[in-house]
Design a protein around this ligand. Structure first.
Ligand code: NDP
Length: 246
């Protein structure tokens, strides 16, 4: 029997990057995986075709994490399609980095809505369906513990909020046997953070290991946290950053 056989999973922001690698990995472990997307329907459809062609069960749901109603619909569509929900992976996130005095209130709303409020809304809806053994796994950032440098205030603030969310919700859901964990990646090669991007060499110079992480590395950690083996881990986080914060 596969590690996540017949577990029902919802991954937010699964069309690209860490989310797409997570969809592939969890489906390969036997899970039935729904994932959301907004701007990349072609990539979402291609991922569904790829996973289902290799025996997986995956669906893509157009749902904007900036809209609470979309998130609630995504949870309910997942339950309707697969008959329940065992694991919520809050992955969708956005980055806006610029000098603090150039930030706008609109940018605050954008980042905090997708990176924080959407996580809260998804959890609120998911707990109506999660049972003992259920998991809420959220993707934060190593920057929650190390702001790295200037121009990071808004993003760092949003990812730090997820630590409080994880601690508090672990206490709320522990009595129901549901665990709540946070994965904090460091530089990981995706569209958000290309390994040859403008800040990549600086990032590498701060890491204990010389290379950017791969989305698959993060997906492997998520797969472990979703599994029965991780049942004793809750209210805490794992940083996967090549030693950036060491
Ligand atoms: P990418 O930008 O490469 O991919 C983001 C994914 O999220 C896409 O599938 C995108 O879908 C989706 N998404 C973005 N906004 C929304 C939205 N409003 N509603 C629904 N889906 C949305 O990012 P990464 O894969 O790099 O990042 C994934 C997570 O990991 C984020 O939370 C990020 O903050 C975190 N992270 C990443 C690091 C890195 O170095 N890459 C380091 C630390 C943390 P679509 O294209 O369809 O809109």
């Amino acid at each position: 029997m596969k590690k996540l056989e017949n577990k029902v999973v919802l991954v937010t922001g699964g069309s690209r990057g860490i989310g797409a690698a997570t969809v592939r990995r969890l489906a390969a472990e036997g899970a039935h995986v729904a994932f959301t997307y907004t701007r990349s329907p072609e990539k979402a459809n291609a991922l569904v075709a790829e996973v289902n062609a290799t025996g997986g069960r995956t669906i893509a749901i157009g749902a904007d994490s900036a809209k609470a109603g979309d998130i609630i619909n995504a949870v309910n569509k997942t339950v309707a399609e697969f008959g329940g929900l065992d694991v919520l992976v809050n992955n969708a996130g956005i980055y806006i980095g610029k000098d603090f005095n150039e930030h706008t209130i609109e940018e605050y709303d954008q980042v905090m809505t997708v990176n924080v409020k959407a996580v809260y809304v998804a959890a609120l809806e998911a707990v109506k369906h999660l049972k003992a053994g259920g998991r809420i796994i959220t993707i934060g950032s190593n920057m929650a513990d190390n702001a790295i440098g200037p121009q990071t205030t808004l993003y760092t603030m949003s990812k730090s909020a997820l630590q409080g969310f994880t601690r508090g919700l672990a206490r709320d859901l522990g009595p129901k046997g549901i665990s709540v964990t946070l994965v904090q990646p460091g530089p990981t090669e995706t569209d958000m953070n290309p390994a040859e991007g403008a800040h990549a060499d600086h990032a590498r110079s701060r890491m204990a290991l010389a290379n950017y992480g791969k989305a698959e590395d993060v997906a492997g950690l998520i797969s472990y946290l979703a599994s029965d083996e991780a049942r004793q881990i809750t209210g805490s986080w794992v940083t996967i950053d090549g030693g950036f914060n060491a």
